[in-house]
Design a binder for this molecule. Structure first.
Ligand code: PMP
Length: 400
């Protein structure tokens, strides 16, 4: 007997557990539409050409593997905040942004949540219903109570905008409000620019702290600049905010764990103090961040030539997903013209949010070998044009 016999089995992760089940399936038809990871038309993982080029340059430089500072690689931190806010942002020029390189989006969110627990004790974090499954774990494990605000309207398969504003209005003043910077996961439904303005009005009036999760910059519109609209607009409006960034999707650096946790504040002094406290938090969790992915980002963003190549590959990836989105829609209309499938085209980013029940999702997996999350989300980044008709048959069969 072990002293740890009382420890119960943890449930499989709702997203990464799907990939584990997929690996065990021997059907030639199987499709992994669970995790949001970009695949080629041949359904193979894709390493960006510009990433390979950066790595070759790095190898030639023969750099060492010494520890980075706790706050990360200086050139990476600069590149990352400029990518988000634009190099000419007054917040950057006035030194009002505290930037900590951290462990991709997840690790950055966790440092942000630990910061809230430590320095804003008792503050509740409001997250959208639905949201990316890990948000709840991250805040709860950091000791931050979370509650949901209305976001998705299943009737219109669009934004429940009035419900969202009413919930943010009803939240206690000074709450944290988690917002997806673009390409909302899992719904693929984003506020319009006019709606962002009204959201900012409510956040400002209530003294809430917005906390952006930017995991898909470039994947909503194909443009890195366009997709940074909301945080840039919040700077213009004079709002202070927190933001977690990830390079997993847009540079395909999933396993390198490269991202950043930042606070955009109204004063440089506050930014310095906040950075010092984020460093204190990071030091006790993982000490300092990994260097390889950070160097890739600094190389790519720091060279005009490679930055241009990245934008081209970003457009290509976003374009391929838009293409299979259209193929899926066309195939669904062909199979069942009487049903309204327009939501497939309305949603943006990597996902389509189908509204399928857990039972219908089970049918997708058990009968059709299509692996997906139980919330009805399908990652179109894992679909090929060649398999679109097969997926349409599976969906049509499952929702009948
Ligand atoms: N936030 C959202 C909304 C996501 O979808 C993801 C990736 N699935 C992440 C954060 C973080 O991913 P990573 O830790 O790989 O950057």
């Amino acid at each position: 007997a072990s002293r740890l016999d009382a420890v119960e089995q943890a449930p499989p992760d709702p997203i990464l557990g799907v990939s584990e089940a997929f690996k065990k399936d021997t059907s030639p038809d199987k499709l992994n539409l669970g995790v949001g990871a970009y695949r080629t038309e041949e359904l193979q993982p894709y390493v960006l050409k510009v990433v390979r080029k950066a790595e070759e340059r790095m190898l030639a430089k023969d750099e060492n593997k010494e520890y980075l500072p706790i706050e990360g690689l200086a050139s990476f931190r600069q590149a990352t905040v400029e990518l988000l806010l634009g190099a000419d942002s007054p917040a950057i020029q006035e030194g009002r942004v505290a930037v900590l390189q951290s462990l991709s989006g997840t690790g950055s969110l966790r440092v942000g949540a630990e910061f809230i627990a430590k320095f804003m004790p008792g503050t509740v974090a409001y997250i959208s219903r639905p949201t990316w499954g890990n948000h709840k774990n991250i805040f709860a494990d950091a000791g931050v109570e979370w509650r949901e605000y209305s976001y998705f309207d299943p009737e219109s398969i669009g934004l429940d905008f009035e419900g969202m504003l009413a919930d943010l209005q009803a939240a206690p003043d000074g709450s944290v409000v988690l917002l997806h910077g673009c390409a909302h996961n899992p719904t693929g439904v984003d506020p319009t620019k006019e709606q962002w303005a009204r959201i900012a009005d409510v956040l400002q009036a209530k003294g809430h702290l917005p906390f952006f999760d930017v995991a898909y910059q470039g994947f909503a519109t194909g443009s890195l600049e366009e997709d940074a609209f909301a945080p840039r607009y919040f700077v213009e409006r004079g709002l202070e905010f927190a933001v977690a960034q990830s390079y997993s999707k847009n540079l395909g650096l999933y396993a390198e764990r490269v991202g950043a946790m930042s606070f955009v504040l109204s004063e440089a002094g506050a930014a310095q103090r906040v950075l010092s406290q984020m460093k204190r938090i990071a030091r006790a969790i993982y000490s300092n961040p990994p260097v390889h992915g950070a160097r890739i980002v600094a190389e790519v963003v720091g060279s005009e030539e490679m930055f241009g190549e990245w934008k081209g590959e970003m457009e290509m990836m976003a374009g391929r997903i838009k293409g299979v989105r259209q193929d899926l829609y066309d195939a669904l209309v062909e199979i069942n013209p009487d049903k309204d499938w327009s939501f497939v085209l309305k949603q943006i980013g990597m996902f389509t949010f189908t509204g399928m029940t857990p039972q219908q999702c089970d049918n997708m997996t058990n009968k059709w070998h299509v692996y997906m999350t139980k919330d009805g989300r399908l990652s179109l980044a894992g679909l090929s044009s060649a398999k679109a008709a097969y997926l349409a048959r599976a969906i049509d069969d499952s929702v009948r």
